[in-house]
Design a protein around this ligand. Structure first.
Ligand code: ATP
Ligand code: MG
Length: 364
């Protein structure tokens, strides 16, 4: 979805973070309180091992977010992209008032980060990756309505908002079914609908696309994005599906190891790689890099396709130049008769993520 001509950078921020750091403390190796302290008979041996694994693991502390500054404007659809462990969920939990940062300051909907209880009343947090328990004795509709009432909506308002949310996530026909009779993707949509029923100023979605087929993902999530944007709600979403985030978000932050490596509209972020092209080659041969790649290749990967015919798919990010194709072909597969397919395309945000540390240099 593209919502043009909206500028959020000058608008007052609904989320303002300055120098946010989040460190998860490590757990020191300690046998105190575990069965390892006991000097019992050999009979204890199995329990001992178990206790050791469970309790005495020596884990170092992890800095999940490192000095992050972020400004998210009211009504913005803001995407967080980044590889596993880059800090997306931690950041979302800080904005949701579920975690306090170790250092730094900021506000969410004008409330200082430390006032987590007040923040929680202004955000809806939907995580589709963890288990956000549905009541199995209730139907999809009842689950959503029950949640709304539990969070303080009147009976009437909860009913109206539940109907709205069910339609938004395209579950109207399934509303009378119990979770046990719903598919995984449908259950996930009930959880999503439950997060929409409160109509809070900020909605946080952690990996909403997981488990949804691409058609449902586009239809449901676009409806959700459009509806929230038209109501002036701010939507912050973290997802691995860079292609979808590129289409859905007004602005995107690319996270890597707890830092923001790039932030801007998808178009702005892609400008950093406008001099590159993604080159796909299908060759009927195996591939081994015997010499260093030509300098026009920024990064590459080769995957042999299973099967008797011995195809290899080679993909590279290549500098755009008149000689590039010839140079790459000469390196990858000098025997041109073995080249089955060649295709060039502009890079996507997914490719930008693959370039972390190059166009978006690391500072460690
Ligand atoms: N409760 C925790 N205790 C200790 N370390 C944690 C905890 N939660 C997350 N981490 C660590 O913090 C870092 C960031 O994790 P986070 O879950 O925020 O990443 P993410 O970008 O959401 O990853 P993914 O794409 O896999 O969901 C990781 O190194 C992770 O191991
Ligand atoms: Mg996560």
């Amino acid at each position: 979805m593209v919502i043009p001509a909206r500028s959020f950078r000058e608008a007052p921020g609904v989320v303002e973070l300055q120098g946010i750091t989040k460190e998860y403390p490590g757990r020191a190796l300690s046998f105190r309180g575990t069965k390892l302290e006991l000097k019992g008979p050999l009979l204890w041996a199995r329990n001992l091992t178990h206790a050791f694994r469970m309790k005495a693991e020596d884990t170092p502390s992890v800095t999940a977010i490192r000095g992050m500054d972020l400004h998210i404007g009211q009504g913005e659809i803001f995407g967080l992209l980044g590889p596993n462990g880059s800090g997306k969920t931690t950041l979302i939990k800080i904005i949701a008032g579920l975690l306090k940062p170790t250092h730094g300051e900021g506000t969410v909907a004008g409330i200082p980060l430390g006032e987590t209880r007040a923040i929680r009343q202004r955000v809806s947090y939907v995580s589709t990756t963890g288990w956000m328990g549905l009541e199995w004795a209730l139907t999809a509709e009842e689950n959503i309505r029950f949640y709304g009432q539990l969070c303080g909506l009147s009976r009437k308002l909860a009913a109206v908002r539940t109907d709205e949310a069910l339609r938004m996530v395209d579950l109207w026909d399934e509303r009378k079914k119990h979770p046990s009779a719903l598919s995984n993707g449908m259950r996930q949509r009930v959880i999503l609908a439950r997060g929409l029923v409160l109509a809070t100023p900020i909605v946080l979605l952690d990996e909403p696309s997981v488990g949804l087929d691409p058609v449902t993902r586009d239809r449901v999530l676009e409806t959700v994005c459009h509806t929230l944007a038209s109501r002036g709600q701010t939507l912050i979403l973290a997802d691995h599906d860079a292609e979808w985030v590129e289409r859905a978000a007004d602005r995107v932050a690319i996270l890597d190891r707890g830092r923001v490596r790039g932030v801007g509209t998808p178009r702005e972020l892609l400008q950093n790689v406008s001099h590159l092209r993604v080159l796909d080659l299908l060759i009927q041969a195996s591939f081994t890099a015997r010499t260093a790649p030509p300098s026009v290749i920024r990064r590459w990967e080769a995957n042999e396709r299973p099967g008797p015919q011995g195809f290899t798919h080679w993909r590279g990010l290549v500098e755009e130049s008149p000689e590039a194709l010839a140079m790459v072909l000469n390196w990858v597969c000098p025997n041109i008769r073995q080249v089955v397919e060649v295709s060039f395309r502009a890079p996507s945000l997914q490719d930008v993520m693959g370039l972390l540390g190059e166009e978006y240099p690391h500072d460690e």
